[in-house]
Design a protein. Sequence first.
Lengths: 573, 293
Amino acid sequence: MILRNLNLAASSLLTQQQALDVISQNIANVNTPGYSRQTAQLASAAPDTIRGRDFGNGVNVATISRSIDPILAKSQMANNSLTSLAQTLQQGLANIEASFGNLDVPGLTTTLDDFFQAQQQLANTPEDPLSRLSVQTRAQDIALRVSGMRQQLVEGQAASNQEISPLLTQVNNLLDQIGGLNKHILVNESSGQMANNANDLRDQRDVAVMALSKLIPLQQVATNNGGLLLQTPGGDLLVQNDAVRHLRLGAAGGSAYGNIEFTDTGVPAQGLDQGGKLGGLITLRDNQIANYLQNLDSLAANLTFAVNQLHAGGTGSTGVTQYTSAQARGNALAAVNADTTIPFASKIVTGSFKLHVLDAVPPTIPGGTAINITAGTTTLDQIATAISAIAGVTANINGSGQLVVDGGANRIAFSNDTSNFLAAYEINAFFHGGSAADFSVDSAILSDAGRIATATADATTSNIAVADNTVALAILALRDTAMSVDGSTAGSPVQRAANLASTYGLDVSAANQQVSYRQAEADALASQRSSISGVNVDEELVSMMQFQRAYEAAAKVIQTSNQMLDSLMGLIR
Amino acid sequence: MRVTSQQMYASLLAGIRNQLQIQADNTEQISSGRRFSRPSQDGLGYKTSLDIRHAQKGIESGLQALGVAKLRLGSSENALSQMVPVIQRAQVLAVQQANATLTGSERNAAATEVGNLQDQLLALANQSFDGSPLFAGTATSSATMTLDVGGNAVYQGNTQDRVVAITSTETLVTNVRADHTAFTQVFSSIQALKTALSTNDLTAIQNSVNTLTAAGNAITELNAEVGGKIRSVGLREQTFFDMQMQMDARLNRHESIDIASVATQLTQSQTALQAAYSEVSRLSNLSLVNYLR
């Protein structure tokens, strides 16, 4: 029996040593991210029955378990995804802030205000050449501001898109890593003597899943055999055990950016915009920056068409003898309102405009000649023919498809355009373009401020008074006029610009709020995880003392047993 | 709840991070004097700031327009005022020449002076403002008034008034046109006097006294009308100045920071930050390891 004592004590020595190994592992990993505290579960060995009585066989380590809360892990994964989304939006929006200006640096609203202020001065003193130069400069400021802003936004959009491919490489690497770990865990746990003992591999897999959840939104499903199934929020499979599906950035179609699709099938992955850095980049690229661009385009389109509508029917201080349309036709057979290459062709309606030929004082045809346009019927050639029928003026379509109206030595002027033809084809226009992408001041205005229209030819006599400010006043009235030529919510140019900056500000505010909220949530979840899975050095040291004492006690048993054996041997001697 | 040292460090770190953010925000506010400068700092507040600035620009432009109106009307008033003594001199001459004892040669001499007076009136009617005829409406290409072969004044301007925009939709007439009846009366009466003197027509001279009186009264009335317009512009200008002050005050209220409040917040944050730093160093001394040596 004394020898049995020795065996029992020996099992204790071994078990306490193993328990101390687990404590050492815990202390060694006290600062390891994602490490879950492990605990050696001790169990008494199966007893021997001797003469009908059970005699214990000592102790051994039944299992080494890790302290985790699977529900908490899922919450952390979801939080990671949303925090990363908010942080990406916050960062991406901060990168384009300069394009909106600030209270110290003139933004688009200030530039528009300055333009209308100059326009007001011109209306008050139309005969003053300096007022015209001021309007010309301010208009150029708007064009530069709009194009600069658009360029910055487009660059922001492109930067978001460029980040997607490297990010997908990271995603694919993590998916491979998770697939590999799944395989190792399955092998380890199926071949091991004890169930669920691949603790460190599971920790590594958890760390990889957490890292992946920062990049893309995930749905996690645990399988019975220790494997793991990951899906996108749209239900597309990403990883199942060691089977992995890779993602890639699809080809861009036209002006639209490419979708995120599976490499194996080429089918777009669903729901990837709902979280993670990838979701943030997609939201920035396809929603937020795209929305700012759309609003900027709409502002430019409305300003262009509204100003041109008024300007085309006016005249400046320079006596113009030839006008060339800034827009060129794309289809010679199409009616003027059906030519899709003209940005505002659809705005042309049945109506007319007047052409005044100032060939003498008083002119041969006082009050001008009306050129009629029927929507859906009248072509550009027919308009040229109708103009050429007027004495003292000819019209033709040049090689580029532009309408050229030539009065020879005679000054010509337009007025009373009820058809919108002049504005759509940019004849005697102020601005050029159909959106922020090609928005500019008309080249004729840029080269001669005297072509800025302030007056209008008299409807009866065709007389033009230099100090007449009818058209200048009408353009000035646009300052506070709500307008919409493209189906967008009506608003004045300044309102639209202010709303654009305000929308951006509110988006940043929402992203900031999300980051703060998600960060606080992440802190709380990390604290909870630490509470469950974290290593407390004090606890480990106390446990270490317990096992140390147990080890000492077992050694004492051996010593005592040895003394007992000595005594026994002494009897024999 | 089970607590680990990592939790405590993480919690302290989060607190320090928050306090540093408060420090950065408050420092920016104090240095700029504004609650916000960029749209990202307060989206709605930024929009309100832009709206106020838009209104300020409108007021500024309105004041400039009223300035132009005052100058143009002032010049008109000045020219009309100068016409009055000329007409009065013509009246004096008419009364003097209505005396039956005067001879034809004496009246011829008087007719020469009346011709000079007529030239003076014509010069006044053709006065320019900022390079453009003052009384010709929006026509700027020729003189306002010319005399035909019969010596009758002919209006060369048009019938369109000079208006200035004091807001984007509100305009103000800033001129008087020489096709006004007062001008017609003045030029017809002086021409009648000149003809009567040249032809030694006593009855016509006597009639001129009355027509010149009526013309003088008409010009005085027109001048009073212009004076009324100037006063009205002045009142409008005062309203704009008041609005400008209100907008300045509103912008100041909307954007400016409460320095006392921000400074207090900053001090509180500094205290919290110091406490957090002190706690970090204290925490490192609390460990069972210290007692196991």
